[in-house]
Structures are given as structure tokens and as C-alpha cells.
Design a protein around this ligand. Structure first.
Ligand SMILES: [Zn+2]
Length: 443
């Protein structure tokens, strides 16, 4: 079996993946559901979904867990502004998140735990931390005592002076400490009873509890955006180490941020592109190809130019699909196929892997027509293999539905247009608006 190496933020080095038998646990931090997610939020979803696919190709049995943070200050604030119950807003945005990420066509994570459904596990871990002398109760809050964990700071490599938890200092014995449980405030309409009174969990504790529940401790890969290294992941690591006497994960894998107009895409900056709008405009194939064109650890620019280039790449693959046959590929092209998988095994280097794809396509084009088995194998790991089928025209009745949908949209009858989109989906096609009408691709 090929050795797979991944960059570990904690050691700052490439580390070999050591599966338990064939099993590989991956935990990636998911969204806080207070609004629709943007294309930047989609990057970890894409990276870790594709990583899971690659590991499956390598004969491993990965389990991907992506949590949904449905208890958070941001949710209370957004719900109050909208004059709605916070639990109702969180439930609605959870559904929107699922629908938006479904649009990526990458399947669902193996588990998607909600913070609101993990309260028992959270209370259990906090109780263990208090018992072991790593946490203390103060005024209905429970706080983690940072200086009680000698390993604290080992993930983010920060000095104590740079460690601002970004939380109010109320009840803290030490400004470094952070909240595990927060006493209910009068204007918070979602809360739970606990041994420390009514309240709700802090943000970091949910991930330690959920990861343990689904993957145990010392699982293989903990992932998320690089903006989560401190304080979120540092705190997750500390909680599990202090509460369970074991490390949470073996490899900490962080993706770079998406930038729009030279700045990190963030709701607070206001430079966001909602995922559903990006998918609607460019289609999921171009979005997935664009993400694969950058190494996951690097910051990535999101722009029309980047998406136009990805769209051209999608066209090239479709074109290749019209040329290659369904047969086995020639043996002398195997080194290119191997280079693709070696690149993925080397810190999941998707741009280098794509380089092998383009070279394979160039070589196949040069020869006229060759068997497409290699190309199909490579593209299936990137969930782009359906592009090779796209040369086949959609059936006449599906085309008729798509035409009717264009007319419905022109008449601003969006309910009818959406119903037609569903009908087209049931027939096995994805319809996308283009400058000169529509495009149908098999789903
Ligand atoms: Zn997390």
C-alpha cells in the first residue's frame, strides 16, 4: 500500500498516516448555522470530502465527521435581529447548509452531529475536567484552567502573551482561561439544565465531545480552516488531553483561507459570495475543479478569472470524454496515472495531481482516441468522472423540461422554474443557466 503523508500543523512537518487497520477517522469543524454559508466555508467541506474519496481509493475505510454548531452567540444575535426563536433559526439554517452543500455533489459526511444533540457528552467531559482539577465553576459558568495543561500552546505555537481567547473576563481566575459552560443570560432563549445550573456549552467543548463520541480519542486526522488553529483547535486539544489523558488527534490538517479582493472572505468584512449563488452561476464541476487547482494549504483567490479558468478546464475534460473510449488505457500511460495518485499521497497535492490529468489528456488527444480507464479512475477521485459521460445528449423530454424552465424564469415564475428543476433532477440531470440558454449534465 502507498504511504500517505500529510502536513501536521502541530509538528510543522509531513507525517505518515497510520490507519488503525484500515480505519481512518477524520473530524472536520463545520459551520455555525446563523446564515447561508459562503464559498469560503465550502473549502474544508470539499477538501475533506475529496480526501475521504482518495483514502477509499487506496483501500482504506475513512469515516468523515463534520459537526454543525447550532448553539452560539452569533445565532442568538441573528435570531434576535430577525425577531425569531434562536432554535428555529438554527434549524432553518442547518437545512439550508445541507441543501447548499448537497449542491457540491460530494455526498454527505458519514456523521453530522449537532451541538444541541450532544449536551450529555459535553456535560460528561466538563465533569471529568472539573474532577481532574482542570476546570472550575464560577457564577454558573465553568472555565477551563489553561495553565493546568502543560501542553497548552503546542498546536498553535504561540507564546502566552499572544493568547487572547476573545472572551469576556467575567469570573475568570486567569485571563487565559476559556468557557466550557456559560450560564444562561436573560435574553438567551435556548438553554439546558446542567449540574452548574441552566446554560449552554461554550464553542470549543462541543468538538471534543462529538469527535470522541464518533471517532474515539487519538483518531487519525483533525481538520478545519487555518483560522481555527487558535483558539478553537488549541482549546479542543487541551480539553481532551486534560479530560481524557490522551491526545485528541494524531494529525492536525488545516486548509488555507479563501480570499476575495485580496482579503479573507468573511461576513464581518462583507466580501462574501454565497455558495448557492456560486453553484448556480458556475456549476458544481467548475467549483470542485477550482478548489482542486489550488493546494489545500495555500490561501486561494476567488474571482471570475479563477472560475473562468476552471470552466475552461471542465470543457477540456468534456472534450476528452468525447474522444476516449470505454476501454482500458494503454499501459505506457500508466506512469501518468501513478503520478496522479502519488501527488495525492504527498500532502494531498491536488494541483500536481491535476497536472498529471492534463498531461494524460494531451497525450490521449495526440494519439486520436485511447481507452479512458485511467482518466475515469483519476477523475472519479475528484468526483468529476461524469464529465466523461457529458458528451451524450440528454433525452428530448429532459431538454423540453429545460426549455420550459427558461420560459418560466423569463416570466419570473420561479416556483414553476424550481419545480421543473426538480423534475429534471428526478430524470437524472442537472440543469444550469448559461449565457445562451441552459446546459444539461447527468447528475
Ligand atoms: Zn471544532
Amino acid at each position: 500500500m502507498r504511504e500517505i503523508r500529510l502536513h501536521d500543523t502541530k509538528t510543522g512537518a509531513l507525517r505518515p498516516l497510520r490507519p488503525r487497520g484500515r480505519r481512518v477517522g477524520i473530524y472536520a469543524c463545520g459551520p455555525t448555522v446563523y446564515g447561508r454559508i459562503h464559498i469560503g466555508n465550502a473549502r474544508p467541506f470539499v477538501v475533506f470530502s475529496l480526501l475521504r474519496r482518495f483514502l477509499r481509493h487506496e483501500g482504506l475505510e475513512p469515516t468523515l465527521v463534520v459537526n454543525i454548531t447550532d448553539i452560539n452567540d452569533k445565532i442568538y444575535v441573528a435570531a434576535r435581529a430577525a425577531g425569531r426563536p434562536s432554535a428555529e433559526l438554527a434549524a432553518e439554517m442547518t437545512e439550508a447548509y445541507r441543501a447548499d452543500t448537497d449542491g457540491l455533489g460530494l455526498g454527505r459526511p458519514d456523521a453530522e452531529p449537532l451541538a444541541s444533540e450532544t449536551i450529555d457528552g459535553i456535560v460528561d467531559l466538563i465533569s471529568a475536567l472539573i474532577e481532574r482539577g482542570h476546570a472550575y465553576e464560577a457564577g454558573g459558568d465553568v472555565l477551563f484552567s489553561v495553565r493546568s495543561d502543560p501542553g497548552y500552546g503546542g498546536l498553535s505555537h504561540r507564546s502566552v502573551d499572544d493568547m487572547d481567547q476573545g472572551e469576556s473576563a467575567a469570573h475568570k481566575r486567569d485571563p487565559l482561561d476559556f468557557a466550557l459552560w456559560k450560564a444562561r443570560k436573560a435574553d438567551e432563549d435556548t438553554w439546558w439544565d446542567s449540574p452548574w445550573g441552566p446554560g449552554r456549552p461554550g464553542w470549543h467543548i462541543e468538538c471534543s465531545a462529538m469527535a470522541e463520541e464518533h471517532l474515539g480519542v487519538e483518531f487519525e486526522i483533525h481538520g478545519g480552516g487555518s483560522d481555527l488553529v487558535f483558539p478553537h483547535h488549541e482549546n479542543e486539544a487541551a480539553q481532551t488531553r486534560a479530560g481524557r489523558g490522551a491526545e485528541l488527534a494524531q494529525i492536525w490538517m488545516h486548509n488555507g483561507m479563501l480570499q476575495l479582493g485580496g482579503e479573507k472572505m468573511a461576513k464581518s468584512v462583507g466580501n462574501i459570495a454565497p455558495l448557492h449563488e456560486v453553484l448556480e452561476r458556475w456549476g458544481r464541476d467548475a467549483v470542485v475543479l477550482a478548489f482542486c487547482s489550488a493546494h489545500y494549504r495555500q490561501p486561494m483567490q476567488f474571482s471570475d478569472a479563477v472560475m473562468e479558468q476552471a470552466t475552461a478546464g471542465v470543457e477540456r475534460l468534456r472534450e476528452a470524454g468525447r474522444r476516449v473510449s470505454g476501454d482500458d488505457s494503454p499501459a505506457d500511460l500508466e506512469p501518468l496515472r501513478d503520478r496522479f495518485f502519488e501527488a495525492l499521497a504527498d500532502d494531498f497535492n491536488t494541483p500536481r495531481a491535476l497536472g498529471a490529468v492534463w498531461e494524460w489528456v494531451r497525450e490521449a488527444n495526440r494519439r486520436g482516441s485511447v481507452g479512458g480507464s485511467h482518466l475515469r479512475e483519476m477523475l472519479s477521485v475528484l468526483t468529476l468522472e461524469s464529465l466523461l459521460e457529458a458528451g451524450e445528449a440528454a433525452p428530448a423530454e429532459v431538454v423540453a423540461l429545460a426549455r420550459e424552465r427558461v420560459a418560466a424564469r423569463a416570466a419570473r415564475d420561479f416556483a414553476r422554474a424550481d419545480a421543473l428543476r426538480d423534475e429534471i433532477a428526478t430524470a437524472g440531470y442537472v440543469v444550469r443557466d448559461t449565457a445562451d440558454g441552459f446546459e444539461l449534465t447527468p447528475s
